[in-house]
Write a protein that binds this ligand. Structure first.
Ligand code: WTA
Length: 637
């Protein structure tokens, strides 16, 4: 079992040890796992290549560390507790032994479908136990899973499937979300019109919706699994064999396929889960994320299951049938650790405290947040009303690229401060650098957040594009991993994350590239060009504000065009990327060399044009005046 820190002194001691000799520190953590063959060398790295390898020549299978290693001790214990969307439907639980059998059966199914080690399997599924089973079945046979969030559109799904030439697609007839049904199979069918690499589609029956089954390509999940053995030998993997790809947004248009490998990710997700949440045997842990994002990968599936934890999976949404749903679930299953996003907290806070009436929430020991900065008001509400002043809040900062939590309090150990992610976990060496890449030492500094030494969970590359990996993370500042976030270290040495400093925006905890949204807007037949920026939004944290230049207006007039632009983005990317505000403008503020001055657009979107900074390089100052006049928010001038 993974080592656990129990006290502040213990944390300081571990941290110092981990910095003095990171290799020895991580080797000690890795010793807690079952390896078919121990590694020869703990770490080889350089950030110029970049090339990062952990636990070199170690041989293992991650699923053996979830199952074989633990079945004798807790085979009968619940592994996955599943709460369906509809409160009238029955809960499902899978013990470790049951989950093991299901994973093996599905692993055998994949094998029968011709999936081999290294093949990519695309997963586009609702939040049901079969989703977790798919990930683990891939890991069992060394297939590389690529989960695509079930809110993405056909176009976005196809782009991701094609980028890594997936061989098989796992999906469902539909997914329940509150009162709605997402027609997953229908969307997948549309996507597959342009995906030549997919040979087979396995379709889970979930909603009972009518779907078209393509003969020779599509098979029902239950039929495919039927008769498969519950035994499947674990494929031997090298530490550095790929475990999964997960697409995330960057500052340029195309999504990036973040690649995580087996050994390092296993050690890191397990270590951070146990320490950050202070999970103890028997606890019930509930993370509200979707497995379509990294939080779900690391902290619904891998981290908890590697620790033999009981992990709760919820299919529905926080506001259905009403805004008390999370709290009902907490009481129903006596949840001990609860992990969610600030946007969910803000939306529940906005609904008022009535939804907390009659909820006990007495089982809660630890509360967590992830995905975006948490404002103080939301932090205090969470702390006082949900945690009843007795639960530490772990504000966990990390990224798809980091594999697991990087800067965060250790629950009950690190003294917290509202809206501060506080201190780095052992093994993590954050630094703050100025615009030139000079490290700002000491306390009370603010700048770009970088990490100066590798940790086991760091992404190894971008699928099929190592050059872009280097360019994005290792070229801005020499020899450091650049996170894309701004941060401040306060007088106590505590870190506060200030948000993205690049062209990535964070809407309801979802990462979106402004270029990606602009590309989608520009597909509109009447649009000449566009620029997208974030603006402060009470619930979502950031909202999407699009400035759009149209050649002419259609018969629907301005209102019609705004609407069709929003619909277009929903169709091309998905509802999460739908602009909140669209302003039709006569032109964009550009420099003489043709560069869009986004700074000006951000100021307008923030509603404060009192200090636009240096505008002398602007090609046409009139444009700015017109933009301010037609702004979709009130602007101070
Ligand atoms: C932001 C999510 C402030 C940050 C795990 C980061 C945060 C991006 C926090 C990664 C936090 C994540 N406080 N900001 N506690 N956690 N972020 O890849 O901007 O979906 O770079 O990973 O979310 O988003 P991603």
């Amino acid at each position: 079992m993974v080592n656990r820190i129990h006290s502040l002194g213990g944390y300081i001691h571990e941290y110092q040890k981990s910095v003095a000799n990171p290799e020895a520190f991580w080797a000690q953590q890795a010793e807690n796992f079952y390896w078919k063959k121990r590694w020869d060398k703990t770490l080889e790295w350089n950030f110029q290549g970049p090339e990062i390898k952990w636990f070199l020549n170690g041989k293992l299978n991650l699923t053996e560390n979830i199952f074989e290693k633990n079945l004798y001790t807790h085979g009968d214990q619940e592994a996955i507790i599943w709460e369906p969307n509809d409160t009238n439907e029955e809960t499902r639980t899978l013990t470790y032994a049951e989950l093991y059998a299901e994973v093996n059966k599905f692993a055998n199914t994949l094998k029968r479908l011709g999936v081999e080690k290294g093949d990519r399997v695309a997963i586009y599924m609702p939040m049901v136990p079969e989703l977790a089973i798919s990930l683990l079945a891939c890991a069992r046979i060394g297939a590389v899973h690529s989960v695509i969030f079930a809110g993405f559109s056909a176009n976005a799904l196809a782009e991701r499937i094609n980028d890594s030439s997936c061989k098989v697609l796992l999906t469902a007839d539909g997914g329940f979300r509150g009162e709605k049904i997402t027609p997953l199979k229908e969307i997948a069918d549309e996507a597959l019109e342009s995906c030549a690499s997919i040979e087979t589609v396995v379709v889970l029956k979930r909603t009972g919706s009518d779907v078209n089954m393509h003969v020779g390509r599509d098979i029902w999940w239950h039929k495919a699994v039927d008769g498969q053995s519950g035994d499947c030998p674990a494929t031997e993997m090298d530490s550095e064999d790929e475990l999964f790809i997960l697409y995330t947004s960057g500052s340029t248009g195309k999504p990036k396929g973040i690649v995580h490998t087996t050994g390092g990710y296993m050690v890191y997700s397990a270590y951070t889960f146990k320490n950050v949440f202070q999970y103890s045997a028997g606890d019930v842990y509930f993370c509200t994320a979707d497995i379509g994002w990294i939080t779900g990968h690391s902290y619904i599936v891998y981290g908890p299951l590697l620790n033999g934890a009981k992990t709760l999976m919820f299919e529905g949404i926080p506001t259905w049938p009403d805004a008390g749903r999370f709290w009902d679930i907490v009481d129903k299953y006596q949840v001990n650790q609860f992990y969610t996003a600030p946007t969910a907290i803000r939306s529940l806070l906005a609904k008022g405290n009535d939804y907390l009436d009659g909820k006990h929430l007495a089982s809660l020991k630890v509360l967590g947040t992830v995905g975006e900065p948490i404002n103080e008001e939301a932090w205090h509400w969470y702390h006082d009303h949900v945690g009843k002043n007795k639960c530490p809040i772990v504000d966990t900062w990390w990224q798809t690229e980091t594999g697991g939590v990087m800067i965060s309090p250790i629950a009950g150990v690190t003294p917290t401060k509202p809206s501060f992610a506080t201190m780095p976990l052992p093994g993590i060496q954050p630094i703050i650098v100025d615009g030139e890449g000079k490290e700002l030492t000491g306390n009370s500094v603010e700048g770009n957040l970088c990490i100066k030494y590798p940790w086991p969970g760091i992404a190894r590359t971008l699928w099929g594009d190592h050059e872009r990996f280097k360019e994005t993370y290792f070229s801005t500042f020499d020899n450091f991993y650049f996170t894309g976030d701004g941060a401040k270290r306060d007088e106590d040495g505590y870190y506060r994350i200030l948000g993205r400093v690049d062209d990535v925006i964070n809407v309801s905890g979802h990462r979106l590239g402004t270029a990606e949204i602009e590309n989608a807007i520009n597909e509109h037949p009447l649009v000449n060009e566009s620029a997208v920026v974030a603006y402060p939004h009470d619930i979502k944290g950031q909202g999407i504000y699009a400035f759009v230049v149209c050649g002419e207006l259609s018969t629907g007039g301005e209102e019609g065009i705004r609407k069709s632009i929003k619909q277009g983005v929903t169709k091309i990317i998905g509802p999460i990327a739908r602009p909140d505000l669209v302003q039709l403008v006569p032109g964009l503020p550009k420099t003489r060399s043709g560069k869009i001055m986004r700074r000006i657009l951000r100021k307008v979107a923030e509603g404060d044009a009192t200090n636009l900074g240096d505008t002398t390089t602007l090609l046409d100052e009139d444009v700015v005046e017109k933009i301010i006049q037609g702004a979709q928010v009130e602007v101070k001038v």
